[in-house]
Write a protein of this length. Structure first.
Length: 290
């Protein structure tokens, strides 16, 4: 198997990782996601009973290396995203210890695919794990991420760091966990100084709240079981965060009006209710918006 230069750089800096205390740590988590991960891990316990978890296991999941898109699969074919994948969180360093200003989830008509952490312009932003810088770009003064970086890690994850005031590393640079890679700022589409932090696996944006305890700034578990179906629903805002909620259609209601009322989008309403945007609503019909 041929490994790219960035992949070999990652491998050189990687230390052995084992799964000691994995189940114990997962049992200590009360949230539903942790319970599901525990159940899935128990179901796969025999897979790890006879051999130690291989920290290099995810090094070769990416077919190529480019600096074009935050989602490396965008516009490409032939990629296979696994139904499930164990991802090591050992060695994680919190990029910035800041209060959550805005969580992952829907913002009116668009999906916010990361978490916003409060900081002061000029604060040090650190690499979450050892890795290699895949993207170093500037999306403009008032657009998108502004100054941002994307780092690919040996565990298969990629982390994104947006709205920086300064980038301190270049494309293809090898970085260490905890290394200062940028300075916090307010560039791009931003209403105040903060770090927009993303975690992605093969382009799928994961909910940071499922991964990190933002009170302790530590991973919720030493290993996270990526489940494709769950992750894709979360990314589309369809996984739900509690009981489903419905709107009863009244005279004059439209999908657009309902979407505005509940700060969501017509597209999401259509997906939740499995209907077309052209569908004629009936008075009394229930439309799910959450």
């Amino acid at each position: 198997m041929f490994l790219s230069v960035p992949t070999m750089l990652l491998a050189d800096s990687l230390t052995d990782v084992h799964r000691r205390r994995h189940l114990q740590v997962m049992r200590e988590q009360p949230d539903a996601v942790a319970i599901q991960n525990l159940a899935d891990s128990l179901a796969h316990r025999d897979d790890f009973a006879e051999e130690e978890y291989d920290p290099y296991a995810n090094l070769d999941i990416y077919a190529d290396w480019d600096d074009v898109s935050v989602d490396p699969l965008r516009g490409k074919t032939g990629w296979v995203i696994p139904d499930s994948q164990m991802i090591s969180f050992r060695g994680y360093v919190m990029p910035i210890r800041g209060k959550v200003n805005s969580p992952y989830g829907w913002r009116r008509v668009r999906m916010h695919k990361g978490v916003d952490l409060k900081l002061v312009t000029g604060d040090s932003v650190r690499a979450a794990w050892d890795g290699c810088v895949r993207i170093r770009k500037n999306q403009g003064r008032r657009k998108g991420y502004g100054l941002y970086l994307v780092v690919r890690h040996p565990n298969g994850l990629e982390t994104g760091y947006g709205h920086l005031s300064k980038q301190l590393v270049n494309k293809n640079d090898s970085v260490k966990a905890g290394q200062v890679i940028g300075l916090g700022g307010n560039t791009g589409r931003s209403s105040g100084p903060h770090l927009h932090l993303e975690f992605r696996f093969m382009g799928i944006a994961l909910d940071p709240a499922e991964l990190i305890d933002f009170n302790t700034f530590e991973p919720k578990q030493t290993h996270y079981l990526f489940r494709r179906k769950h992750a894709e629903l979360v990314q589309e805002g369809l996984a739900g965060d509690g009981e489903a909620a419905y709107h009863r259609v009244r005279k004059g209601d439209t999908l657009g009006a309902i979407a505005r009322k509940y700060h969501t989008s017509v597209e999401r309403l259509c997906r939740l209710n499995k209907i077309s945007a052209r569908k004629t609503l009936r008075i009394g019909q229930r439309i799910r918006y959450k």
